[in-house]
Design a protein around this ligand. Structure first.
Ligand SMILES: NC(=O)c1ccc[n+]([C@@H]2O[C@H](COP(=O)([O-])OP(=O)(O)OC[C@H]3O[C@@H](n4cnc5c(N)ncnc54)[C@H](OP(=O)(O)O)[C@@H]3O)[C@@H](O)[C@H]2O)c1
Length: 341
């Protein structure tokens, strides 16, 4: 059986670290994992299946012999290095925003639109973390009842911004307790004990880029140019797991809640936690390091004819990034789609 050489670009980062952890458990036949990062990190080690692996510099020549390159080193690195990786023979699965809306690039969530991956031209994009978890939860309902409009507010963890943001929250909490001035460099305002209705930069229409990613990516992934998405993206002082309050309106009437629960619980990648009598609902602190998309607080929206409210939580570093990317790699190998079109 052929075994694959997998490159991880940005291996020292928040997502890169999870990529390595996810690959450890993957069913992919792996010959070798090659961790790549900036030159300053060359020679440092990361661990894979109990073995130390030395970081190599992500540069021209580094991708030779690599079958699949998982990129999570930011947009600039993806723009610069992914053409090199493709030229050197690797299929790139990119976590950044660099190529998601390019018409020639499939934007893939394996539970939602696996077929889109087949036609790749050497690069597949991983959607934004908030879009991924929203669509894994909503696809089974969209298939049956056709969602017309989604109104969503996100409650996003600081790990979504990377390692420096995790450090910033830690330091601010520490300084707050000690009564010191709070250090601030990553976010425009204090993040500890705060909520920032500002993720990524503001656009002319008053929305942020993060919010418009949810609108545009949803339409592309669902291949539905009419579906409406009205988002508000908020950063909160949680380390891991994004939460989303989602309201949907469907074209067809929705069944009773018990049936909706059954549909969601049987859907790939979804688990329902919804027992309010026993105070059970999805929460970030308990779901760190998990792989599914968790749905709770499922209730009809009594203010419109066919409406539903849901609370959706997933680990942004896992399903929102590393796991989704590794699942795309597994899909390509399993379906024999690695060569693309
Ligand atoms: N965090 C999430 O939940 C999430 C979810 C979905 C997508 N993403 C995307 O994934 C990417 C990485 O995010 P992250 O949160 O893991 O960031 P991070 O913690 O800052 O890690 C990025 C890593 O890539 C390295 N790097 C930077 N430029 C590089 C280059 N040219 N070549 C090789 N390595 C390079 C960085 O090194 P230095 O620190 O020395 O610069 C760092 O080790 C971003 O595009 C982000 O938008 C993140």
């Amino acid at each position: 059986m052929y075994k694959y050489r997998i490159g991880v670009v940005g291996a020292m980062g928040a997502v890169g670290t999870e990529m390595l952890a996810t690959l450890e458990k993957s069913t992919l036949p792996i010959a070798e994992v090659i961790p790549l990062d900036v030159k300053e990190n060359e020679g440092k080690t990361v661990s894979f299946r109990g073995q130390p692996l030395k970081i190599k510099t992500a540069e021209k020549g580094a991708f030779k012999g690599i079958d699949i390159a998982l990129f999570s080193a930011g947009e600039t690195a993806s723009l610069h290095l992914s053409p090199i990786a493709r030229e050197e023979g690797a299929v790139v699965i990119d976590n950044s925003n660099a190529f998601r809306m390019e018409p020639w690039v499939p934007l893939v969530v394996p539970e939602v639109n696996p077929e889109a991956a087949k036609a790749h031209k050497g690069l597949i994009a991983n959607p934004n973390c908030s879009t991924i978890q929203m669509l894994v939860a909503l696809k089974p309902l969209h298939d049956r009842y056709k969602i017309k409009r989604i109104v969503v507010a996100t409650y996003q963890a600081v790990s979504g911004t990377g390692l420096l943001a995790i450090e910033e929250l830690n330091k601010q909490v520490e300084a707050y307790i000690l009564g010191k001035e709070l250090p601030r460099s990553v976010y425009p305002h204090q993040i500890a004990f705060n909520a920032l209705p500002h993720i990524d930069s503001f656009l002319e229409n008053g929305y942020t880029k993060e919010e418009m990613k949810m609108f545009n990516e949803t339409r592309k992934i669902l291949d539905d140019p009419e579906i409406m998405v009205s988002p508000t993206a908020v950063r909160i002082p949680v380390f891991r797991c994004h939460s989303e309050a989602i309201n949907i309106e469907t074209e067809k009437p929705l069944p009773e809640i018990a049936e909706i629960v059954q549909i969601l619980d049987n859907a790939p990648g979804v688990k329902v936690i919804d027992d309010v009598q026993n105070r059970e609902y999805p929460m970030p602190v308990y779901l760190k390091g998990t792989d599914k998309v968790y749905v709770g607080r499922i209730r009809k929206d009594f203010t419109v004819p066919h409406g539903l409210n849901l609370w959706v939580v997933a680990d942004n570093l896992r399903k929102g990034a590393a796991l989704n990317a590794v699942q795309i790699a597994e899909l390509l190998v399993e379906k024999n789609w690695l060569k693309g079109e």
